[in-house]
Design a binder for this molecule. Sequence first.
Ligand code: KAW
Ligand code: ZN
Length: 696
Amino acid sequence: MPAQKEILYLVFLALAVRTVRLQLIGSEDHGWAFIWDYNGRAEQVYYDSMVARWNYNTNLTLENSLKQDEANFIEAHFDKQAAQIASNFDWQNFNNTTLKRLFRKITLLGTAVNHIDQAREAREYNNLLAEMRLIYSTGKVCEYHNPSSCLSLNPDLSDCLANNHNYDRLRFCWEGWRDAVGRKLKDKYPRFVELSNQAVHQGVPNWTDTGAYWRSWYETADFQEQLENLYNQLKPLYNNLHAYVRKKLREQYGQDKISATGPIPAHLLGNMWSQSWSNIYDLVEPYPGKTSIDVTSKMLSDGWTVDRMFRISDDFFKEMGLIEMPQNFWDNSMFVKPADREVVCHASAWDFYNAHDVRIKMCSNVSMQDLVTIHHEMGHIEYYLQYKHQPVPFRRGGNPGFHEAVGDLLALSVSTPTHLQTIGLLDTVEDDNESDINFLMSMALDKISFLPFGYLMDQWRWGVFNGSITPATYNQEWWKLRTRYQGIVPPVPRNNDKDFDPGCKYHVPANHPYMRYFVSYVLQFQFHKALCETSGHTGPLHKCDISAGTEAQKAAAGEKLARMLQMGSSQEWPDAMEVITGQRDMSAQPIVDYFQPLIDWLEQQNQGETLGWDDTWTPPYDCEATDGFTCKDGSRCVRPGDRCDGVNDCADKSDEQNCSIVPTGPTGGAAVSTVTNFASTVVCVLVALLMVNLVP
Ligand code: KAW
Ligand code: ZN
């Protein structure tokens, strides 16, 4: 296998360097020679590893999982060896800043790599991660009264949350997903956190935990302080949107279910995690009868296909003078969920490190939301294509938020009513204040609603990694943050000993950092504003379509963006930001500017409403009507699945008494059972393999 030869070569090189030179190598020429040699080898090793990962992610079989493990190991060994050789150079004293930066990146190793000398921990870490991802990707919720009818997250449960306004049905889907996935992950996560911290700390003692390691990618000393300032600037926008939406939900679901001054029950916002509210546009539309921006129904009635959505997105990149998707992309990508096998449905964009093999994996459906997500993923691919000439360690975004911002930035133009009209998704565009407010509301339901969620996800994880949030309080601390920042509450009581709700969001079991999305939401409006100016736009920011100017203006905007993308991470991010915006700091002002007309409108609508929420309020929960069991001492409502399961939920233990007379399942309404047969089988085999591997 070629990759094994690479490692042997590197081992040889490392030994040679060690024995021949007892001093550090100071020559920068030798440094460059090492970099270019490393680069060619890295491209080959990373290509092999990406192929193995792709094969597993698009076909979740045990065989593919084992092949992926092997490739990961080879990659980790390669990285470790490369870091060891690089550390024999006196790179800290190099004069050339680019060379120094390359060496720094090669010598700073990540989590998986740092375990490499401890095979047992490395294997345990990888296996835990694989098990958690598999549980998430194959989780299903079955209808209680029809156990053979089971719902997957995509499309069934997502559609359930998005498309109906039945309080109890929504609760079934919301709760079912958490029972099916969160509870299975709960015991795995604490050990994963421990192993992750161990690896990070071994790698660089300065990184006290995994959160510190993740934050180091931003190269910003006061990063957390900057984020908090940005968040505080944006909070009034969110609180105004929240108060208005709560008022509308009260009209829909009744005063008993929605308090005028409390948080909103989390299952009513059109999304499994309450992170994007655009699916409840119909409930909150400011001016019914005026231009409505939800074009999904138009896409469906006009017979749009997923392929057409990808082509439209590619056309926009081309129109801006950016690089079009290569033939490989169209041949190798996975655009829709296959019917015959389990896959990881969460969208992702893949770079195979050979300049032309790039792919998207996505279970797309025909909808406006997925059209935006397609632009988002294509933004990642465009970055890959623009920085492909850079050495491997620089093939990254200016910072992680930059990578997430590119496609969204372009989608801000594509989503304008005038642009939607040019691609046939709106018949008429009314140019008046009421239509403007409708449009801004639809954008706010995506962008403003996301901000607290984007901010809190890693507040929670950073707390977990640094030990201030312990396994005993994982779930309750999660809900403290959800209520504090998002102003939402769970619709059913949570059980801190059994539930693990953070695990029900993909990025937690998959261990992908999340603060990048919050950063991206700030950056994309900064970039949008700057490119709008370059493309000759005048007037309100929300009306800007950067492709609407003259050919020369469009080209100027496209070139600016391309220049920034081509830099990759070769310089610190303020340098990259300066190329587009002319300034070096993150700023929330462009989002505020974009939404200003809506903010003014919301402030008027919210007269008499309470901004913010009383975080002690919880929604009514009729224990008996939902087949629950009230503890004899009346202290708690125990859900059907928790009764007689061998765990005391009631302080007086009454839920575990008289179990012989308990019916085998709930008597009425929808109830939950779960199947993860496939996942359980694979997990069992993985665990068995792990145990075999652990026996000395
Ligand atoms: C969002 C983003 C854009 C538009 C609408 C949105 N709504 C919500 C979000 C945030 C977030 C979410 O769904 O909660 N979005 C995503 O997770 C999109 C997926 C991704 O493109 O960010 C993907 C996540 C991922 C990372 C690593 C492995 C597998 C999946 N990221 C990438 O594919 C990626 C590509 C290049 C560099 C870095 C990340
Ligand atoms: Zn992304």
